[in-house]
Design a protein around this ligand. Structure first.
Ligand SMILES: *[C@@H]1O[C@H](CO)[C@@H](O)[C@H](O)[C@H]1NC(C)=O
Ligand SMILES: *[C@@H]1O[C@H](CO)[C@@H](O)[C@H](O)[C@H]1NC(C)=O
Ligand SMILES: *[C@@H]1O[C@H](CO)[C@@H](O)[C@H](O)[C@H]1NC(C)=O
Ligand SMILES: *[C@@H]1O[C@H](CO)[C@@H](O)[C@H](O)[C@H]1NC(C)=O
Length: 362
């Protein structure tokens, strides 16, 4: 099987078998050392604002053994640590808290992750209007116990971590200043069209590992969005309309069976699309669906495809293993044009990816 496809593809791309054999060692070596997006997820937000965590894990607070710890400022809740050398951060993580303490007004970074907090009571952030980050992941927060106006005064909030909780809805309204919203690993089942309205600066939205069946057109208006992760949900349809700045779209492990024609045209910067482990068939795809010139990586593995769909000539990585593509049979159809840049093409499980391009690395 492997040789049949190598020959077929090699013929199409005028890469001779001799050349393939001669180069294959070198190629595989080169490819193994290539950074795939799977190994090194592209960070849409490359600048990491100073991570305000002064303690080095097990090492404990940074004062000399024997000398008394520096006094904590009086406004610090007794359950938390407010290091004097970092006056805008408050640490209340990993200490079995069942409720949220009131946040003093000077705080910009607050950490409540990995506790047993089940509610966000009204007023808790009301004095801390300068908050930039709130970490609440790894708790048991349910949607019914999130105060209606808890986030409404936070005009500067940029990152909100609510992943790994018991939410069934997206909290609303959310501060329009948000840049990153982490809502993955909850039990959210629906995203109303207006749930994310006005989030003009949102660059990354994490909604994977939820129970979402439909997102309607809620994503379309997110004009700064670069990364959208909706993997591991119950989507049968792709979102109605993609944001125009989008670069990474993750939809793997859903039940999507079709993608409309020209679907990716509205996102001219799209680089990575993952649609593995869905229910795609060739009938559900138009001939131009994946012919999007910006795409570098397309993962269509573990679907029900019988033919390789037409792809753009700029594509570098194409994953097709776990489909019903049969290289020996008549159904096998290679990409219509020679894919000059393709570096990976995996058709079958446990198969070494085939190299069909002649792109000069480096
Ligand atoms: C909230 O801020 C006001 C005004 O700065 C202050 O008087 C009040 O004590 C603060 N509340 C708490 C609980 O810190
Ligand atoms: C949150 O979900 C976990 C796991 O599903 C469950 O054990 C826990 O009781 C839930 N907590 C609340 C407050 O609903
Ligand atoms: C979005 O970001 C810009 C530039 O950083 C800022 O000026 C603007 O106020 C932000 N929008 C909102 C709604 O916070
Ligand atoms: C893909 O798109 C290009 C440019 O829009 C076009 O020239 C080409 O014919 C298309 N290929 C297929 C297979 O439709």
């Amino acid at each position: 099987m492997q040789w049949a496809s190598i020959l077929l593809l090699a013929g199409l791309c005028s890469l001779s078998r001799a050349q393939y054999e001669e180069d294959s060692h070198w190629w595989f070596h080169f490819l193994r050392n290539q950074q795939s997006t799977y190994d090194d997820p592209y960070d849409p937000y490359p600048y990491e604002p100073y991570e305000p965590y002064p303690y080095g894990g097990e090492e404990g607070p940074a004062y000399a053994y024997g000398s008394p710890p520096p006094p904590e400022p009086r406004d610090c809740p007794q359950e938390c640590d407010c290091p004097p050398n970092f006056p805008t951060a408050m640490y209340c993580d990993n200490r079995n808290l069942k409720y949220l303490p009131f946040v003093p007004s000077r705080m910009k970074y607050v950490y409540f992750q990995n506790n047993q907090i089940s509610s966000i009571q009204e007023g808790v952030f009301d004095n801390a209007t300068g908050l930039l980050w709130i970490a609440l992941h790894g708790n048991q927060i349910t949607s019914d116990k999130v105060g209606k106006k808890v986030f409404s005064k936070l005009r500067h909030l940029e990152r909100l971590y609510l992943d790994h909780n018991n939410l069934t809805r997206i909290p609303s309204p959310l501060p329009r200043s948000l840049r990153e919203l982490h809502l993955d690993h909850n039990q959210i089942s629906r995203v109303p069209n207006n749930a994310l309205e006005g989030l003009e600066n949102l660059t990354a939205l994490y909604l994977h590992h939820n129970e979402i069946q439909e997102v309607g057109s809620s994503m379309r208006g997110l004009r700064s969005l670069i990364l959208l992760d909706l993997s591991y949900n119950h989507l049968r349809k792709v979102p109605d309309g993609l944001p125009s700045a989008l670069e990474q779209l993750y939809l793997e492990h859903n039940n999507v069976f079709s993608v409309p024609d020209s679907y990716f045209r509205g996102s001219p910067k799209l680089l990575y699309v993952r649609l593995s482990h869905n229910s795609l068939t060739n009938n559900g795809l138009a001939s131009n669906t994946f012919n999007s010139s910006s795409l570098l990586e397309l993962d269509l593995s573990y679907n029900q495809l019988q033919k390789i769909p037409p792809v753009s000539t700029n594509l570098e990585n194409l994953y097709l293993q776990g489909n019903r593509i049969n290289a020996g049979g008549r159904e096998f159809a290679a990409p219509p044009s020679c894919v000059q840049h393709l570096l990976w093409l995996a058709l079958q499980e446990h198969e070494e990816p085939l190299v069909v391009g002649q792109r000069v690395p480096g």
